[in-house]
Design a protein. Sequence first.
Length: 111
Amino acid sequence: MKLIVCAALFSLSAAPALAQQAPAPAPAPASGDAAAPATAGALTLDTPIETLVANPKAKAALDQVLQTDITANPFYDQIKAMSFNQVQPLSNGQLSDELLKKIGEALAAIK
């Protein structure tokens, strides 16, 4: 019985020492951290299409470059989670390199 009590006391006395050895968690970065990249919110050809459409300025730029409303495309629900760079190989040539360049320039011009 003394052995069990001694073992229990040893484990209880060792637990705080073990807990003190654990490294402290890294502090969470503050919102608006100066170290955050300036391009974190940049809209590019790698941004999901649904994210672009949700931004009124980006949607207007897409409508102008594509000369149509992309959300009216019958395949919109299938491609909306993809980026233009991901959709291009599946477009049967409808998204040419030249058209992607125009879309990219229009997105880059958004402030």
